[in-house]
Design a protein around this ligand. Structure first.
Ligand SMILES: [Cu+2]
Length: 108
């Protein structure tokens, strides 16, 4: 089973530092259910000035078909979005927030 270990290591490396903190169980669950794929992207959000702004951003992003969950961090000025990559894209999600008055940029 040396081969399996090598493949796993390569996959882990390619995931990069940002996703390295993801619990292994979550990664396994995602690859096991490829048909219901979920991507997670964090967006930098501009113009959030008060506690109500994150709610507007969240509602705008949740209105995009394919978006599964939105977590807005007011302090960090970010929104972390889980979505079905077969139904929508980071560009569409960013556009929804931008159209609501909060320009969003996917972070890489
Ligand atoms: Cu506000």
């Amino acid at each position: 089973m040396k081969r399996c270990i090598a493949i796993t290591s390569a996959a882990m490396l390619s995931l990069g530092a940002a996703i390295a903190m993801t619990p292994l169980s979550e990664v396994t669950a995602q690859s096991a259910t490829e048909k219901t794929q979920t991507d997670t992207v964090t967006f930098a959000i501009e113009n959030m000035t008060c506690a109500m702004c994150p709610i507007t951003v969240r509602k705008a992003m949740e209105g995009v078909i394919g978006v599964r969950s939105v977590k807005v961090d007011f302090e960090a000025r970010t929104a972390t979005v889980e979505f079905d990559p077969n139904a929508t894209s980071p560009a569409d999600i960013a556009a929804a927030s931008t159209n609501a008055g909060y320009p969003a940029q996917p972070e890489s």
